[in-house]
Design a protein around this ligand. Structure first.
Ligand code: F6P
Length: 327
């Protein structure tokens, strides 16, 4: 097996708080191990266009506390083409990069998997997404910070909701995963969460209404996952209540991209630091084409095929807890 003397690192897809802590950890652990580090800007776009610069330990100084990604990011359509990946590989060869570390979500790791299949380049993925939707890891980098941001916002909305006796549908991100909606509902004491994983025949809105917009409660907060599956989205449910239950005063808040910003939580910084170091260790141990994950506080290596293809389930205990506590 070829010795890894230099690595490339990039962030791809939606930015997530803690990505900088991950870049910092990868950079420093690689240099500590004797490797050269090439920072690749704007994700796969930058790899295709040669936006590549050598990093030193100082390049990542004072970045652990910063939100967003210092490497910038992109959702590269060109990398989805064979031609794009060929151009990317030409730059890998040109810069003498022996292995690639990709920090991103589902789509980004799927890109890494494809790239490693087609070309002779070991790839290691770090789960960087606020959605927490990668299989094989208890948490993704950025999820905890986004969750805390949402809870802070919901607390504020509750003040106005209770003042006016209103039902608020608050839409949160997560793409097609309900982790942010479900856990922020529990943490903010919301009355319900409408999530895409709950695809039973039972209408989640009916269920919420029939359980009670309880008499003694004069306002309600419902966290809605942005997923458009089954109609989805906060607007959709608000419209339905206006039509079907006109006695309720309804408002909608879509939290949007503020959920992705802000200084990373201590949890995300530590997670990213551990995962970044583990990515370099994995390479020195001869691991290839895996995502670094965390399970029961232990670092694990998850083959790309499992991390990407399997649907990560929502813990049913959370559904039960929310149901019990929102009476
Ligand atoms: O995957 C992260 C995420 O924030 C999703 O929750 C959301 O659906 C999507 O990215 C939004 O993407 P964009 O920033 O490209 O609008």
């Amino acid at each position: 097996m070829k010795e890894i003397k230099s690595i490339g690192v990039l962030t791809s897809g939606g930015d997530a708080p803690g990505m900088n802590a991950a870049v910092r950890a990868v950079t420093r652990a690689a240099i500590y191990t004797g490797m050269k580090v090439f920072a690749i800007y704007r994700g796969y776009e930058g790899l295709i266009n040669g936006e590549i610069k050598e990093f030193t330990t100082e390049s990542v100084s004072s970045t652990i506390q910063r939100g967003g990604t210092i490497l910038k990011t992109a959702r590269s359509e060109e990398f989805m083409t064979e031609d794009g990946r060929k151009k990317a590989y030409e730059n890998i060869v040109k810069f003498g990069i022996d292995a690639l570390i990709v920090i991103g979500g589902n789509g980004s790791l799927a890109g890494a998997q494809q790239f490693a299949l087609e070309f002779d380049i070991p790839c290691i993925g770090l789960p960087g997404t606020i959605d927490n939707d990668l299989f094989g890891t208890d948490s993704t980098i950025g999820y905890d910070t986004a969750l805390n941001t949402i809870v802070e916002c919901v607390d504020k909305i509750r003040d106005t909701a209770t003042s006016h006796n209103r039902i608020f549908f608050i839409e949160v991100m997560g793409r097609d995963a309900g982790f942010l909606a479900m856990n922020s509902a529990i943490a903010s004491g919301a009355e319900a969460a409408i999530i895409p994983e709950d695809r039973t025949d039972i209408d989640q809105l009916e269920q919420f209404i029939s359980r009670g917009v309880r008499k003694s409660k004069n306002s309600s907060i419902v966290l809605v996952s942005e997923s458009k599956k089954d109609g989805g989205g906060a607007m959709h449910y608000a419209e339905r209540v206006r039509k079907e239950y006109p006695q309720y005063d309804v408002r909608v808040t879509i939290l949007g991209h503020l959920q992705r910003g802000g200084t990373p939580s201590a949890f995300d910084r530590i997670l990213a630091s551990r995962m970044g170091v583990a990515a370099i260790l994995a390479l020195t141990e001869g691991q290839r084409n895996i995502m670094v994950g965390i399970s029961n506080d232990q670092i694990v290596y998850v083959p790309f095929s499992r991390a990407i293809k399997f649907d990560k389930p929502i813990n049913q205990n959370l559904v039960t807890v929310l149901g019990i506590l929102s009476i």
